[in-house]
Design a protein around this ligand. Structure first.
Ligand code: MG
Length: 162
């Protein structure tokens, strides 16, 4: 059996606004501000979804869950990631690892890291030790007005020999 690999990258940003709940990695976080967006604004899950779809060559989150569709208004982004993970598994791919940068002023990511890894691992149905989540402060960028997520994922599958 030959082994084949695919890499995918995802990037997203959302603006902090008052009177919104803050969702990151599928977890509701206690914070005075939330992230704007058509769905729940979960910037990390959106970047994860795009990384998986990118690795599969299946377009991006907007081509699967368009923001013009009222069905996805305030939708839980877990649904988007579960869909991308299902496409991944159906095509025979395993997630080798996923590495994410969350670039935001507040909240601090370090105390949330293990909970985020567990949550993302359970959404992707893989062990959390294959998930890395790093918090970075956006020195000199944007005065804490937004959150950015950047994700790289590696997929692996056994390819039938031709
Ligand atoms: Mg988004």
């Amino acid at each position: 059996m030959a082994i084949e690999y695919r890499v995918g990258s995802g990037w997203d940003s959302h603006v902090f606004v008052p009177e919104r709940r803050l969702w990151l990695g599928g977890i509701e976080i206690t914070h005075p501000l939330g992230l704007s967006g058509h769905s729940d604004g979960d910037v990390l899950l959106h970047a994860i979804c795009d990384a998986l779809l990118g690795a599969l060559g299946e377009g991006d989150i907007g081509s699967h869950f368009g923001s013009a569709n009222p069905q996805w208004q305030n939708a839980a982004s877990e649904r988007f990631v579960r869909h991308a993970a299902q496409l991944t598994r159906r095509a025979g791919w395993d997630v080798v690892n996923l590495d994410a940068n969350l670039i935001l002023e507040m909240p601090r990511i370090q105390p949330l890291r293990e909970a985020l890894r567990e949550s993302v691992g359970s959404l992707l149905e893989i062990p959390s030790d294959r998930i890395s989540i790093k918090g970075k402060t956006p020195e000199g960028l944007g005065n804490g007005q937004s959150a950015i997520a950047q994700v790289v994922v590696l997929l692996r599958r056994e390819a039938a020999c031709s």
